[in-house]
Design a protein around this ligand. Sequence first.
Ligand code: NDP
Length: 456
Amino acid sequence: MTVQVENEVAAREYIQAVYETVVKRNPHENEFHQAVKEILESLTPVIAKHPKYMKHSILERLVEPERLITFRVPWVDDHGVTHVNRGFRVQFNGAIGPYKGGLRFHPSVNASIIKFLGFEQTFKNSLTGQPIGGGKGGSDFDPKGKSDNEVMRFTQSFMTELYKYIGQDTDVPAGDIGVGAREIGYMFGQYKRIRGAYEAGVLTGKGIIYGGSLARTEATGYGCVYFVNEMLQAKGLSLEGSTVVVSGSGNVAIYSIQKATQLGAKVVACSDSNGYIYDKDGINLDTVRRLKEVERKRISEYVNEHPNATYHEGCNGIWTIPCDIALPSATQNEIDEEMARILVRNGVKAVGEGANMPSTLEAIEVFLQAGVLFGPAKAANAGGVAVSALEMSQNSMRYSWHFHEVDDKLHTIMKNIYRSSVQAAEEYGHPGNLVVGANIAGFIKVADAMIAQGVI
Ligand code: NDP
């Protein structure tokens, strides 16, 4: 056996052993296992080439969160009834900066989901090139159908516990599913009240009038489309004239639709957690925004105003609509192997993951085998956290940049993420595979910082 092959075998055995320990130590946490598997397997060439990572037990340390905090969140509804939800914050890795990552309010939230998101976030944040560590949090609270006052009471109770663990130099949460401008506003108010100080950098995604950054709302969706554009341009393709399907109708989906449309694409479908709409002439974003952002209604109502469009119950069917570009922007595991095969059969050219882990491992394999341009979440949707870091910079400077300044910086960051992912994929023997490239590029910086800081 050559030294190279020997190193490869040793790397594989090491990775397998770490993965088995993760499964044993974190039973029933399927989403966390899935995220760890995806990342660890892609690191084989880098571990084989640099045995120092094995020597310093970097993977064993990386898969164990520095801290996982869970807490009780009691709150009283409009009828005087007391409810108890569970709050979470995982501070996964602080090697390159304060923990940074969103808060998710959704009934499905549990330790597995928070840990998968926090683990992925560590690599994503590193990829942006900014000094931010990995964190994530949330609650199994369901904001759907709750009044503004109920949401306010819940978020105040949530922050009354969370404030102990966060701060502008320690841990900086932001929004995610179910946490938008309204929730961030209530949480910021409560934090400020408890601390008795205006520490604007403690949360990102704030309203523009009290410390938020222009273009933060748009950043994840715009960034995802910028990333897809880079992938297309490298192959001589373009968004101009292409047909696009976007799942979800929340923050990421809405601004992906907006940017894709600005760049000349036609977006024919989007969805919510009940079903999807198909409008062959191109969906009307103003209607979607009013229904979802203002009136907080179901996407099914769209067809009442646009009789040419059709509504279909169930979310997954959206991937049976023929398209050139698919932007899954709702939630994890929304494209499985079967849906990936249908997309490929219908001629999809590029997939940009706006959501976190929207494609199963099997679906990713189908896309890569078929030669579909595939932008993995931690690269394609990193624009949100990148602009969150820019919001932190502006808060520290007590200064605000114009929209176009932030958008230009976002554009540059997305191009850099694309370039570093492509380079890492090439350097480690997987040209064109951005899953491997993004994971390796994100990993190296965090791992080297951990070695430099000793065994902590
Ligand atoms: P929103 O809450 O704004 O929107 C989520 C959308 O997805 C809604 O349309 C929602 O439908 C739908 N959805 C939620 N859960 C499910 C489900 N289980 N099945 C089907 N549809 C579902 O969230 P965001 O747009 O902020 O987040 C979407 C994804 O993007 C998440 O994976 C998030 O982690 C990721 N992301 C978000 C970033 C951000 O800056 N916001 C940054 C990076 C990643 P309904 O209206 O019925 O609830």
